[in-house]
Design a protein around this ligand. Structure first.
Ligand code: CTP
Ligand code: MG
Length: 227
């Protein structure tokens, strides 16, 4: 089933501490951004890729797209101060109104099978997110004192992609902007509409390149996949 992917790429990578947008850092000599783009460029079900980037990085990114022969990018929107603003800017640049996947440009290891399950779930039910089960015991604490142990069975660690029917996500983003509400992910905005958001079980290797250690893990994942 066909979909459009929106990749927010306009962050600054503060936690990575590289002094530049972490998406330009390389894993096995290829920029993280390109690894992520390749997943979708090579997926026959992906119709178009829309990027949200920083204004001052647009030229560099266009150069990378050429260099690495990425062909499906149909629009490059100007990102905003917060990730949510970047996603909304990208959404406005999408021309087809079917299924939209929002995926962190910093998660290069998403599996094709999870993508297809998300697209299918969003098509059937409106909204679905990739997630994995919490592995550790989870507790709630206030000021360093444990308040309660939370039943792990009901806890999920949420990733991206997050998949939506275009009209649902558009309405959620518009409402959030009008009400000046800042969420931590797209699903949260859609939950506010009273829509049900489904979970699609993903894999633990769909990590977001966030801190230095993630790069080591990322190299290891690539090495294993190329064996
Ligand atoms: N992102 C974006 N616009 C922003 C902030 C983030 O498009 N204003 C993108 C990032 O480029 C990344 C994704 O959202 O692909 C997930 O964000 P995160 O991992 O937090 O990346 P950064 O914001 O760049 O990192 P940090 O929070 O450490 O500064
Ligand atoms: Mg961030």
């Amino acid at each position: 089933m066909i979909y459009t992917v929106l990749l927010p790429a306009a962050g600054s990578g503060k936690r990575m501490g590289a002094g530049q947008n972490k998406l330009f850092l390389e894993l096995r000599n290829v920029p993280i951004l390109i690894h992520t783009l390749r997943v979708f460029d090579r997926d026959p079900n992906c119709e178009q890729i829309v990027l949200a980037v920083k204004k001052e990085e647009k030229v560099l990114i266009e150069r990378l797209l050429k260099e690495y022969r990425v062909t499906k990018v149909s629009a490059i929107a100007e990102g905003g101060e917060e990730r949510q603003h970047s996603v909304y800017a990208g959404l406005k640049a999408i021309t087809t109104k079917g299924i939209v996947l929002v995926h962190d440009a910093a998660r290069p290891f998403i599996h094709q099978v999870v993508i297809q399950q998300l697209v299918q779930a969003a098509h059937t039910s409106g909204a679905a997110v990739a997630a994995v089960r919490a592995k550790d015991t989870m507790k709630k604490a206030v000021n360093g004192i444990i308040q309660e142990t939370i039943d792990r069975e009901s806890l999920w660690i949420i990733q991206t992609p997050q998949a939506f029917q275009y009209t649902i996500l558009e309405k959620a983003e518009r409402l959030a902007e009008v009400e000046n509400f800042l969420g931590t992910d797209e699903a949260m905005l859609v939950e506010r509409l009273g829509e049900r958001v489904h979970i699609v079980e993903s894999t633990y290797d769909n990590v977001k390149m966030t801190t230095r250690e993630d790069l080591l893990y990322g190299e290891a994942i690539l090495n294993k996949r190329e064996q």
